[in-house]
Design a protein around this ligand. Structure first.
Ligand code: MTE
Ligand code: MO
Length: 214
């Protein structure tokens, strides 16, 4: 599917989700839900680089740039003017824990894509965070209807330890592909490896094929 078609399909599925009221827990049989080598956790472990940046909302900015027609420096206010949705998804960390039914709220990545209007050459996205963490993804995988720039978890603002004010959620991949404390989103023609990808983690990161290390 080309990128435009994928984007339209994701938008269509969002519309369906909005109609399906009372949508809370995912109904999937365990064998399709818990990836191989993972165990279920009820808590919510914290994984970071050893410090959690403190970003006052009046200084927070989300920079969107690279190969786009409309580069943007969004203030917290600008960002919160974008359409928001809620989505429930599972979370899989490469260190073998998974957490079911995470209820996230935030701006769908498709809204960022639409406003930034990437050039046709843009095929990859590079994320940079306020703790200098980085990660990279093919644009294609971000145009899915469960990918969010999330600001809320379980109805509350995401705490600092879990990546607030805003973090990226890409439920279909291992969680290191989702940048906490996100600061910048760059659209690129060539792939550029992020923090863990440089250090031997898989660049594709599919939990269901135990695609942990390159
Ligand atoms: N900015 C930033 N984002 C990050 C990380 C990090 O260290 N810094 N760790 C990643 C990893 S390995 C995981 S498993 C998840 C952890 O999210 P959590 O701390 O909310 O469980 O965030 C990912 N995003
Ligand atoms: Mo992780």
């Amino acid at each position: 599917m080309d990128l435009k078609a994928k984007y339209i399909e994701a938008k269509r599925r969002w519309a369906e989700k909005r109609v399906a009221e009372g949508f809370t827990a995912l109904e999937k049989p365990t064998e399709l839900r818990l990836p191989p080598g993972q165990h279920l956790t009820k808590g919510f472990p914290v994984l970071d680089l050893g410090f959690q940046p403190d970003i006052p909302l009046d200084q927070w900015q989300l920079k969107i740039g690279g190969l786009v027609a409309n580069p943007m420096d969004l203030s917290w206010e600008d960002f919160n003017d974008l359409p928001q949705v809620e989505d429930v998804s599972d979370f899989h960390c490469v260190t073998t824990w998974s957490k079911y039914d995470c209820r996230w709220q935030g701006v769908p990545f498709t809204e960022i894509y639409e406003r930034a209007d990437p050039d046709p050459e843009a095929k990859f996205v590079f994320f940079t965070s306020y703790d200098d963490y980085t990660t990279n993804l093919p644009l294609d995988q971000l145009l899915d209807d469960d990918v969010l720039v999330a600001t809320h978890f379980d109805g509350e603002p995401i705490t600092r330890e879990h990546g607030g004010p805003a973090r990226i959620i890409v439920p279909k991949l291992y969680a290191w592909k989702g940048a906490k404390f996100v600061k910048q989103i760059e659209f690129l023609a060539e792939d550029q490896l992020g923090f863990w990808e440089i250090r031997g983690y898989s660049n594709t990161a599919d939990p269901f094929t135990e695609d942990r290390f390159a």
